[in-house]
Design a protein around this ligand. Structure first.
Ligand code: 4NP
Length: 153
């Protein structure tokens, strides 16, 4: 299983999802390939935001080695599931896909918890540190739902 999480800058939300899902996949001995990226290139090469790093570390997850990158066309072929962290990101990704097969890999991350509700993980980039814990908690719930759905044999 190859899973890709996508947000805008790949420094706040999707790096948390990458770290959390990798943690739980390893815990369940699933040999999944997990990565994250952004639809924008403003932060290419940067570490996750310091508050994303901090909230993950507070939950025993180290994401300091991750680096931001931008989505590329090849990702649509290489990953099995591509999760958009928010509806604006899903819109951008849908504009990029060129086949029905690739379109079928795309979905909204929060649909794992509330299918069809059209929910986004709020972008904590514009707020202060307080915004990161609720974002972490939503992301952890969604990742555990992904493990339930694809990881239990
Ligand atoms: P993210 O948050 O998409 O969760 O990584 C953002 C980070 C940076 C920007 C926007 C969103 N930015 O515009 O630079």
């Amino acid at each position: 299983m190859r899973i890709l999480f996508v947000c805008i800058g790949n420094i706040c939300r999707s790096p948390i999802a990458e770290g959390v899902l990798r943690h739980w996949a390893e815990y369940h001995q699933l040999s999944w390939e997990i990565d994250s990226c952004g639809v924008a290139g403003y932060h290419i090469g940067e570490q996750p935001h310091r508050f994303s790093q901090k909230v993950c570390l507070q939950h025993g997850i180290n994401i300091l080695g991750q680096r931001a990158r931008k989505i590329k066309q090849r990702d649509f072929a290489e990953y099995d599931r591509i999760y958009a962290m928010a509806t604006d990101v899903l819109d951008e990704l849908q504009k990029m896909v060129s086949s029905r097969e690739h379109l079928s890999k795309l979905s909204l991350f929060m649909d794992e918890l509330e299918p069809g509700a059209g929910l986004s993980v709020p972008d904590p980039w514009y707020g202060d540190e307080d915004g990161y814990l609720p974002v972490y908690q939503m992301i952890e719930k969604g990742c555990l739902a992904i493990i339930e759905r694809y990881g239990k044999k």
